[in-house]
Design a protein around this ligand. Structure first.
Ligand SMILES: O=C(O)C(=O)Cc1ccccc1
Length: 320
């Protein structure tokens, strides 16, 4: 919840704070999904919340039919979610909040007395199944995985099938809602399991505060160039908070995200990005000055500056 809580009072309040309970908020999956719970905690139960399948959710946001959406984009164990590439392809990716939450998975069945050795199918969201893969492989080496659209959809689907040998990996809160029984309340994971969600809003977010994270989308021609850029950072005050890599549908083009500090440094960073033939797009933060800077950074592909000169580039600011 970093962005929200780091805001200083001298800056205008965000749209998030000014939103009304009448605005529709879209989330991924059926009620009871992990994303639903995050959305309800953020917006409050009196807001108008509605669950969607991912394609409809992203389409409705991109067409302006829904003002707010909440979508998981990254898992500390499974990496990027299937939605990140689609989010990055949105023309307006207005990140109002970056939400970081631990996620708990339960194993659920129609029959509380089912013999685990007889289980044939495990249904879950692909990201959730990936997060508990070592445990599942150990306990159910021969079971087939069935993908669901959300954790709650997984519980719903197993309940509908009403088959004793089918289990669901689902949010603890969704188990009882769908009439299932909990076999394991909190499936162990090999590493801390933390998922990140973006809340996208209806307008360009407000001016970034000094020290507030801002999001930058970097698109590069190949993975090596982006890896080199990642190695070259941090330079000066630019501390990347999180690198997220999402292959795009365009051949050979990869997208990365990096969170940077302060607009001054962001400018330096954009220069650094552009001299190496990558292009940067500012997201999740806005003011006219930064917008002008972004558009004035030339898309030069000068090869004579190496990334080891990153300090010089960033110090000189406009050395392209
Ligand atoms: O929101 C859900 O229920 C999902 O299935 C998406 C998801 C998957 C894994 C971790 C967090 C969210």
């Amino acid at each position: 919840m970093g962005l929200f809580h780091q805001r200083s009072s001298v800056f205008p309040e965000s749209y998030f704070e000014r939103r009304t309970v009448h605005e529709l908020v879209g989330y991924l999956g059926l009620p009871g999904s992990w994303t639903h719970q995050v959305t309800r905690d953020l917006f409050g139960e009196h807001s108008k919340l509605q669950g969607f399948d991912a394609p409809e959710l992203l389409k409705a946001y991109s067409q302006g039919e829904i003002s707010w959406i909440c979508v998981p984009y990254y898992s500390s164990i499974a990496g990027t979610t299937p939605y990140l590439a689609q989010l990055l392809a949105l023309q307006r990716l207005w990140i109002e909040q970056d939400v970081v939450r631990p996620v708990q998975h339960s194993l659920a069945a129609v029959d509380p007395g089912v013999k685990l050795s007889g289980v044939t199918h495990i249904t879950g969201h692909p990201v959730a199944l990936e997060e508990v893969r070592p445990w599942l492989s150990d306990q159910f080496p021969d079971a087939e995985w069935v993908f669901a659209k959300s954790g709650s959809d997984a519980a719903h689907s197993v309940a509908q099938k009403n088959h004793a040998k089918h289990l669901a990996v689902a949010p603890p809160q969704a188990v009882g809602t769908h009439g299932l029984h909990t076999l394991v309340a909190d499936i162990p994971t090999v590493a801390p399991n933390v998922t990140r969600w973006w809340v996208l809003g209806p307008q360009v977010p407000q001016t970034p505060n000094p020290g507030r994270w801002v999001w930058l989308k970097v698109a590069g021609a190949n993975r090596e160039a982006l890896c080199a850029l990642e190695r070259a950072l941090p330079v000066k005050d630019i501390e990347p908070a999180l690198w997220v890599h999402a292959p795009s549908s365009e051949l050979e083009v990869t997208h990365w995200l990096v969170a940077c500090l302060r607009s001054d440094d962001l400018y330096a960073f954009l220069v650094l990005v552009s001299v190496h033939g990558l292009s940067g797009t500012l997201m999740g933060a806005h003011d006219d000055a930064i917008a002008n800077m972004v558009s004035s950074v030339p898309a030069s592909t000068s090869a004579c500056l190496s990334l080891s000169q990153a300090d010089r580039v960033s110090g000189a600011r406009v050395q392209v």
